[in-house]
Design a protein around this ligand. Structure first.
Ligand SMILES: [Zn+2]
Length: 264
């Protein structure tokens, strides 16, 4: 076939595996060289796949069923054209000799469609399972965090330190809950929004030694910011402080102090 297939349903029939002989070879050789028709064949395959999924909006052209049935009746290669059995009035030759084709061809097509439907369903279930798994992991994470907050709040060793704004600095207020025994820390506060190239950084100032970073954060300004942090256990704090640092934070405080509170 040098020209494009003249009937649109040829693509559907080919995608269904219902074309045989010259018709099949003609489409195959033409599609290999014609990107337009290759595209139409890809669309037909999509239609057939949707058909297997019983999507009502995706029906193949109305001639497909008639041609498929006539081909099954004809039973012989190359006799599958509608024109040879127009109106269905003339029984095709070889019908009795090929009676099994009337059974096997529809069964084969049905099996192919069923296999395709199963494959699509399996893929859908795999995706659902993955989504459920991610969901469960997130819930476990939230539960774990809720437990840690509860433990922190109820532990006798937990201290609460209120942090106050410093003159000439962004306005805000915050408090830190800290358990030196476990190293668990929770920050909760409200601060003016930080400039885009800066970030706030919370520090634990120990009784001995250099300040320890206890979290880098951006202030949302409109709502309370809070985060939890696990520090090495056993560090006695002298104070907690928030400084303004270059975005990403620093290993030691370099910027101005915005909030500070002594650990009584
Ligand atoms: Zn073409």
């Amino acid at each position: 076939m040098n020209g494009h297939p003249t009937r649109e349903e040829d693509f559907d029939l080919y995608a269904l595996g219902a074309l045989e002989g010259d018709e099949k070879r003609a489409i195959e050789s033409h599609v290999a060289a014609c990107s337009g028709c290759a595209q139409k064949l890809a669309e037909a395959r999509g239609r057939i796949a949707l058909l297997a999924f019983a999507a009502p909006a995706a029906t193949p052209s109305p001639d497909v069923k008639a041609r498929l049935m006539s081909q099954i009746r004809a039973g012989k290669r190359g006799e599958a054209r509608v024109s040879t059995v127009s109106g269905g009035s003339e029984p095709a030759r070889g019908f009795f000799g090929r009676w099994w084709a009337g059974v096997l061809v529809p069964v084969g097509v049905a099996l192919a469609i069923a296999a395709l439907a199963l494959w699509i369903e399996n893929r859908r279930l795999d995706q659902q399972l993955a989504a459920l798994h991610a969901d469960m992991q997130q819930q476990q994470h939230q539960l774990q965090e809720a437990r840690e907050i509860a433990d922190l709040i109820t532990a006798r060793e937990t201290i609460i330190v209120h942090l106050a704004a410093q003159p000439g600095m962004p306005k805000g207020t915050a408090h830190v809950m800290y358990n030196a025994k476990t190293g668990m820390l929770m920050y909760e506060g409200q601060l003016d929004r930080n400039p885009g190239d800066k970030a706030y950084q919370l520090w634990l100032v120990p009784e001995h030694g250099a300040p320890i970073s206890a979290g880098v954060f951006n202030a949302s300004a409109t709502q309370t910011d809070h985060f939890m942090m696990k520090l090495p256990p056993g560090i006695a704090p002298k104070a907690f402080a928030v400084t303004l640092e270059p975005a990403g934070g620093r290993p030691e405080p370099t910027g101005p102090m915005v909030l500070v509170g002594a650990a009584a």
